[in-house]
Design a binder for this molecule. Structure first.
Ligand SMILES: *[C@@H]1O[C@H](CO)[C@@H](O)[C@H](O)[C@H]1NC(C)=O
Length: 298
């Protein structure tokens, strides 16, 4: 009996210490509020536009991430991408899992609108993406030689709405802002940089774009029209579900430290979630409205 009581007590201590470390290290930037406006729910049909010349690994990694949102990867490999997405779904009224489908995708290899994506050009891409698909959400992915207005200035993904159509746009930060949007796969511009991790796909930009797309989707679902889950931070910056907990990927995260993540023994790539066909991803922390703290999938 004595043996078991001792084990039980030490287990309890481990649990308590584990909790206090996780809580102390995952402080959000600010507390978010649900303003009660529309959130996206039910079926989420995506129209994906690859704008410019993107690498094959980049396109395939982003496609695999989207496919993994509602599909389980092989069991026994750790946290699932679908668990991360269920967390996002749980914030939406009703909390039913949001079913994501890519209903259209195309590549614009010749930069038909040039290499500087201003708001007016983004509006044209958004309009074209939903022709014949009025309920689809445009997801625009810009190549590394494209400058996107509003990106890199403290933001690695952007979302908004034109004529009632919400959209997400991300870029490839390799050239424009590696120190802002490529961490933890590249040195950070500000604050402690910490260890630089290997990307799970082998392509730094591909995995940084997964982080951006994951953040953009979490934000557009919970705050598509700037009337949902958000708060205003310093200088009226909008802080949302995916930006309230920057730079956190696992429990114990701190400035310059991602928190606990797994490492693929074969490639050395860092990851915290697996998806279809066992593909590995590093997914960002989310603000959890139920606990008012940051949540990571691992
Ligand atoms: C892009 O440009 C190339 C070379 O001019 C052309 O062959 C190709 O058809 C164009 N592709 C699209 C989708 O416009």
């Amino acid at each position: 009996m004595e043996c078991c009581r001792r084990i039980a007590i030490s287990l309890l201590l481990v649990v308590l210490i584990g909790l206090s470390v996780a809580e102390a290290a995952t402080q959000p930037l600010a507390a978010l509020e649900n303003h009660g406006g529309t959130m996206l729910r039910g079926n989420l049909d995506l129209s994906v536009v690859f704008y410019g010349r993107l690498g094959r690994i980049q396109k395939n990694t982003l496609r695999a991430f989207l496919k993994s949102l509602n599909q389980y990867g092989p069991a026994g490999y750790g946290s699932q991408v679908s668990s991360w997405w269920r967390m996002v779904s749980s914030y939406v009224p009703g909390g039913a899992e949001i079913k994501v489908r890519v209903v259209k995708q195309y590549v614009d290899p010749n930069y038909s609108l040039g290499k500087v994506m201003t708001r007016d050009f983004i509006k044209i891409l958004v309009k074209n993406a939903v022709v014949g698909l009025p309920r689809a959400l445009p997801v625009i992915v810009a190549a590394r030689d494209v400058t996107v207005e509003g990106l890199c200035m403290g933001k690695c993904a952007q979302h908004g709405a034109f004529d009632g159509v919400p959209y997400v746009i991300i870029g490839n930060p390799e050239t424009e802002c590696p120190g802002a949007c490529l961490w933890p796969f590249h040195r950070a511009d500000y604050g402690p940089s910490g260890a630089i991790l290997k990307p799970p796909s082998g392509d730094v930009a591909a995995d940084a774009m997964v982080v951006s797309l994951a953040s953009g989707l979490a934000s557009v679902v919970t705050n598509p029209f700037q009337t949902g889950l958000f708060t205003l931070g310093d200088k009226a910056i909008v802080i949302e579900a995916s930006t309230a907990c920057p730079g956190m990927f696992g429990t114990g995260a701190a400035p310059g430290y991602t928190g606990k993540v797994a490492v693929d023994p074969r490639t050395g790539g860092a990851y915290n979630a697996v998806g279809v066909r066992g593909k590995k991803f590093l997914l960002p922390a989310l603000w959890n409205p139920k606990t008012s703290s940051c949540w990571t999938v691992m």
